[in-house]
Design a protein around this ligand. Structure first.
Ligand SMILES: Nc1ncnc2c1ncn2[C@@H]1O[C@H](COP(=O)(O)OP(=O)(O)OP(=O)(O)O)[C@@H](O)[C@H]1O
Length: 256
């Protein structure tokens, strides 16, 4: 292995975050190898979004560190953020801008030359199938269109690491397949993706590595084959996380 690829794309060590009495993230260590397609899965409230927010410099950890390609996110945030494309969950966009303006603005913010930004914006609008809505304010976009324009903004500066919080939520199957193709060729060319998702099928299909997070801790992490250990990721997830009730629901809900 070369020295360059020995430095992980993302290294999280001892990350902790509390909100009042809630420990949202309780000592997360994670190493995302360069060139990997890394899935982060876990039940609702497991701490995925909080972990990814700390990893990308959006939320200051109470303890621990995050480094992107060896650059500390909290002591050298400008250098670290330059390498990251981030699709964050629940972050407000400048939605009075049109989709085209928003992608262009993001590219210019990263200091790209105007000509290059215009070319990339056109490519991204085509890729996301947003061409006919390019001139519409993002405030008037559907949930899936908003997700796609945010993803385009995360890609415009061709970052070395993509951190995507539920990128396929609300996205239609054709767009999802097109985005999947692009992400695959991105990792094949040396880029790294970490993606949080509730779709075990998607993670099993797309990712080479996966971590299962529950109650703010990593239960298991490794290659997808190591983690699923001969069964499906869905089965392993249910086994490790528990919580299946197998109930028929409350009697008042039954119709006969
Ligand atoms: N800003 C906040 N203030 C207070 N509590 C918060 C805040 N953000 C997250 N939490 C709490 O931290 C815990 C982890 O939340 P987080 O959003 O990271 O989970 P998640 O794994 O992304 O969940 P989901 O799959 O439902 O999106 C939850 O108990 C949540 O209620």
């Amino acid at each position: 292995m070369s020295t360059a690829s020995a430095v992980p794309a993302l290294a999280l060590a001892g990350l902790v975050k509390r909100f009042g009495g809630t420990v949202a993230v309780d000592g997360v260590d994670l190493v995302v190898p360069t060139g990997s397609f890394y899935g982060l899965v876990g039940p609702n409230g497991a701490g995925k979004t909080t972990t990814l927010s700390m990893a990308t410099g959006l939320l200051r950890p109470d303890a621990g560190s995050a480094a992107v390609h060896g650059v500390d996110v909290w002591t050298d945030p400008v250098a670290a953020k330059r390498m990251v494309g981030n699709l964050a969950d629940g972050v407000r966009l400048f939605d009075r801008l049109t989709g085209e303006q928003l992608i262009t603005y993001t590219g210019l913010m990263f200091g790209l030359p105007r000509e290059q930004v215009l070319e990339r914006t056109a490519d991204l609008l085509r890729l996301m199938d947003l061409g006919s809505s390019a001139g519409t304010p993002v405030a008037d976009y559907s949930a899936g269109m908003t997700k796609k324009v945010a993803l385009a903004c995360a890609l415009v500066h061709a970052p070395r690491l993509l951190v995507l919080d539920e990128p396929f939520e609300s996205v239609d199957p054709v767009s999802a397949a097109n985005i999947e193709d692009v992400l695959r060729s991105y990792t094949a060319s040396g880029g790294t993706v970490i993606v949080s998702s509730h779709s075990m099928d998607l993670v099993q299909r797309m990712c080479d590595h996966v971590a299962i997070l529950a109650a703010g801790r990593v239960l298991v992490a490794g290659t997808v084959d190591e983690v699923r250990a001969g069964s499906t990721l869905q089965e392993r997830f249910l086994e490790l996380v528990g919580g299946r009730t197998r109930s028929e629901g409350p009697t008042w809900l039954r119709q006969s």
